[in-house]
Write a protein that binds this ligand. Structure first.
Ligand SMILES: Cc1cc2nc3c(=O)[nH]c(=O)nc-3n(C[C@H](O)[C@H](O)[C@H](O)COP(=O)(O)OP(=O)(O)OC[C@H]3O[C@@H](n4cnc5c(N)ncnc54)[C@H](O)[C@@H]3O)c2cc1C
Length: 360
């Protein structure tokens, strides 16, 4: 008789969608010994490739409920995964700290209350004479910037992360099929995923990580799940002003809701907007630079050297993300309209537990 371990390792799991959520699930499951196939027609054109990679965990102001629980778990899991993935890419890292600043007195008061009430050693209010505040005020020609620093939050380079995951999945012989799945159905205790080219792939379980399109593969009336598209935009700006040194700014920070990542002395990335739309708009520059009442000249005269966007999925009528064990071996993992990079480790751990429970 075969041991439980042998049965478990033989199980074939199909993951539909290869964004960060699909790939992280594959990492977790391949490491546990499952046979995994990822299916995606366009692995480079998803919202994961558009992400900026900020990991806003500890600075999240609501310290209870499901959303906080997922963040907390991810905050704990990320260092272990980084250590593990560094064996394949020693440069992969979480660049810390993360800074959040505002010119809005009300918002600052909320930040202050949050920091004092939580008594978290990794969170501090930034004093007026802190070097970070001084440099932001100098570069943006402001006087009233205030904010907080989170020593344990930061940024991971999403491109490098996705590449490293690919390297590991290849090493673990995870199959990758460049196909679109148009239908899933159950037959004789197995799931059949049918590709647009009419190929059938059999598996014991299916994990839907295909964002907005997940509902197309479900009998939506029976599950009543609704998703809305949310557009996120970002751009790289080139600045032509010898007086400005963008490298004097913090490595990553959020100012009045916009994320900023200086890339070099004269280049920075700004993102991202949230709009209920699927088409990027013409006025990206205006939308992404409207975070101050008065923009400094160097920013006004800056030129867009790159711009990009991603469409994420937001659950309608229930909180984000949707992680559900549907029926008979289908797991739904979608609706990560924000923070998909941050939450990937907690989400894949949850999926792995659901799979273990289902298969035994
Ligand atoms: C500009 C921008 C900045 C962002 N910044 C951050 C950030 O700083 N930090 C953070 O944590 N998050 C950030 N996000 C959010 C983050 O990108 C998302 O939460 C995350 O990428 C969602 O990942 P996903 O795997 O669910 O979806 P996706 O990456 O969109 O992947 C879904 C995949 O499913 C595939 N697919 C669809 N239908 C099918 C089908 N029928 N068959 C097979 N495959 C299919 C698609 O081709 C796609 O590759 C940002 C997003 C944007 C757009």
């Amino acid at each position: 008789m075969k041991s439980l371990k042998e049965n478990f390792q033989k199980a074939h799991i199909v993951i539909i969608g290869s964004g960060i959520i699909g790939r992280f699930n594959a990492l977790e499951l391949a490491q546990l010994g499952y046979q995994v196939t990822i299916i995606d027609p366009a692995q480079h054109q998803n919202s994961s490739n558009a992400a900026l990679g900020l990991l806003m965990g500890n600075m999240y102001q609501k310290r209870r409920g499901r959303s906080w629980d997922l963040r907390k778990q991810s905050i704990e899991l990320w260092p272990k995964w980084i250590k593990f993935l560094q064996k394949l890419n020693c440069e992969l890292n979480i660049e810390k700290p993360l800074i959040q600043v505002t010119t809005d007195e009300e918002k600052f008061k909320k930040l202050e209350k949050f920091v004092y009430e939580n008594n978290d050693q990794n969170l501090r209010i930034l004093e007026r004479d802190s070097i970070f505040i001084k440099n932001i005020n100098k570069a943006f020609q402001t006087k009233n910037i205030k904010g907080m620093i989170s020593f344990e939050d930061g940024r991971i380079n999403p491109f490098s992360l996705l590449q490293t995951l690919n390297k590991y999945l290849k090493h673990k012989k995870v199959n990758y099929l460049q196909e679109e799945i148009i239908k899933i159905r159950k037959s004789n205790n197995q799931w059949i995923s049918t590709t647009r080219n009419n190929e059938d792939i059999k598996s014991e379980m299916v994990i839907l990580c295909n964002s907005l399109k997940a509902i197309n593969l479900l009998e939506s009336q029976s599950h009543n799940i609704k998703l809305k598209p949310v557009l996120g935009q970002a751009m790289e700006i080139e600045v032509n002003d010898a007086e400005v040194d963008l490298l004097s700014l913090p490595k990553q920070f959020n100012i009045n809701g916009k994320n900023i990542i200086p890339k070099s002395k004269n280049k920075l990335i700004i993102g991202s907007t949230d709009e209920y739309s699927t088409k990027p708009e013409e006025d990206t520059f205006a939308k992404l630079t409207n975070f101050l009442d008065k923009r400094p000249n160097w920013l006004m005269k800056g030129k867009i050297s790159k711009k990009w966007f991603g469409i994420r999925s937001r659950p309608d009528g229930e909180p984000s993300p949707i992680m559900k064990n549907l029926d008979n071996g289908v797991i739904l993992c979608t609706g990560f309209y924000k923070n998909g990079i941050l939450l990937a480790p907690a989400c894949s751990k949850w999926v792995a537990n659901e799979i273990k429970n289902y298969l035994y």
